[in-house]
Design a protein around this ligand. Structure first.
Ligand code: ZN
Length: 323
């Protein structure tokens, strides 16, 4: 090979994805993670990474999605993933496309798998925008006990340096903003899947980031939610002008109306199965065994189904006592 050829090989090696991947951890303040993460393009400005189906500690905690919107003036990130290491990896993927500042991180809701990476973007100077209700999560002792638990179950990626980040701004109804000529709407849906859930629509691209209002391809996490309000929140989603819907978990969908169906039908099915049992004073074990779960039992995270059903059962029972 002549000198020119050698030079090209060296240049190619230097800028190959492998060299870049190794380099991002060289001076990183976080533990390296080797999960497969690809920043997929959805539209002119929108991208997302898709977490793998699984329970909270599978795949080094990479189970939730995150969105990225790149404009001429800066970047908006939607959700920050389940560890600082994952967020660092996401940041490196963004940096491979643009050197514009990370201006905002809009969090869909405060659950560990969506917020433990926030400190990475906070250090970049991003404003953290959370739904009303996020402070309730932070004030509750389970936020701290969850973090302690994850420092063990997701060690070393979640460790003593992992911090819960208080938002800079809370959304109580709706907020519109523009960045680089791209129009955004962030809307509070309410206390539905969690203590507070919000969605973000990128109007010019017809892309909706729904957070955990919508799960695709796995059993939704219902324990701790407000199932009835969640169903109403799903009804409030308008899909007419949408081209793409990005759920909190699972693949993005180019059939937004269809994407809403799975979570909606599951919530309805849980409610239906348990409501009858509560009305007839059937004990939970018996009620659970009597329901045909065959439409769901093949799905990832089906292990959560029993707890979901029990949670709905208890909620309906408490309600029937109060009525
Ligand atoms: Zn969640």
């Amino acid at each position: 090979m002549n000198r020119c050829g050698m030079l090209w090989v060296m240049v190619l090696l230097l800028f190959s994805p492998a060299a870049f991947a190794a380099d991002i951890w060289k001076d990183a303040p976080f533990e390296p993670t080797d999960v497969a993460m690809e920043l997929l393009r959805l539209s002119e400005h929108c991208y997302y990474v898709q977490g793998q189906a699984g329970t909270a500690t599978d795949n080094q905690g990479f189970i939730a999605n995150a969105g990225v919107v790149i404009t001429d003036e800066g970047v908006v990130v939607f959700d920050a993933l389940g560890s600082p290491s994952l967020a660092w990896l996401l940041l490196s993927k963004i940096r491979a496309l643009t050197d514009k500042p990370i201006v905002k991180v809009v969090t869909s809701h405060y659950h560990a798998d969506h917020i433990y990476g926030l400190q990475v973007f906070k250090a970049e100077g991003a404003e953290i925008i959370a739904p009303a209700g996020a402070l309730d999560y932070l004030a509750d002792e389970t936020a701290e006990s969850r973090l302690q638990e994850r420092r063990e179950s997701l060690f070393p990626w979640v460790n003593d340096d992992t911090r819960l980040i208080t938002p800079d701004q809370l959304i109580t109804t709706q907020q519109r903003f523009q960045l680089g000529g791209v129009r955004f709407v962030v809307r509070l849906v309410g206390s539905t899947h969690s203590t507070g859930d919000q969605i973000m629509q990128v109007l010019d691209d017809g892309v909706l980031f729904s957070g955990d209002l919508i799960f695709q391809g796995r059993i939704p996490l219902v324990a701790g939610s407000h199932p009835q309000a969640w169903l109403e929140g799903l009804q409030s989603l308008r899909t007419d002008d949408l081209k793409v819907l990005v759920p909190g978990h699972g693949p993005a969908s180019r059939k937004p109306a269809k994407a809403i169906e799975f979570t909606r039908d599951y919530l309805r099915y849980l409610h239906q199965g348990m409501a009858e049992a509560v009305e007839n004073l059937t004990p939970f074990e018996e009620a659970y065994a009597a329901v045909d779960w065959s439409a769901y039992e093949h799905l990832p995270a089906f292990i959560a189904n029993r707890l979901n059903a029990y949670y709905v059962y208890l909620g309906l029972e408490a309600k029937s006592m109060a009525d």
